[in-house]
Design a protein around this ligand. Structure first.
Ligand SMILES: [Zn+2]
Length: 155
């Protein structure tokens, strides 16, 4: 499996990201992943994957005493850390893409509205503002703008 394929797979990505935080043994990885994404990792996926990472120089393992008996503890190598950084970046760009496509922009100040916002109908159009105050400011400006253009005509 190529490093780029790893970045595309959620469970495998999670394992790499988890190891970028701290060295863990296999059971610790399973517990942490299950706690975070609410889905258990199949040991039949985890151990061959760790072996694959180790074979490709992304992870190194050492036997360390965990509780009463020594366990294999896995940690990322420098190359593994580079892969983790690439996975972080990919996830970050995916998240910002998902947020942007769904984001409204305040009609008055242009700020991005992540949640809620204030909607107001104008004629048959509906405009969205970040808040009621911004909507009011927009109406005030609109009002003074129409007044200033109308005034000279009256003279
Ligand atoms: Zn606004």
């Amino acid at each position: 499996m190529l490093n780029e394929d790893i970045a595309l797979d959620m469970i495998r990505s999670s394992i790499v990201l988890l190891l970028s935080e701290k060295p863990l043994h296999g059971y610790g990885i399973m517990k942490e992943i299950e706690g975070r994404i609410g889905k258990p990792v199949n040991p039949g996926l985890l151990y061959p994957f760790l072996k694959h990472l180790e074979k490709n120089g992304l992870v190194k393992s050492t036997r360390k005493p965990v509780g009463r008996k020594p366990k294999k503890v896995y940690e990322l190598t420098a190359t593994g850390k580079e892969l983790a950084t690439r996975i972080y970046k990919r996830i970050a760009s995916m998240v910002s893409m998902a947020i942007k496509s769904d984001l409204s922009v305040c009609f008055h100040c242009g700020c991005k509205i992540y949640e809620g916002g204030y909607r107001e109908a104008e004629g048959d159009k509906e405009r969205i503002f970040c808040c009621v105050h911004c909507a009011q400011a927009y109406k005030n400006e609109l009002h003074s703008a129409t007044q200033s253009t109308e005034k000279p005509r009256r003279r």
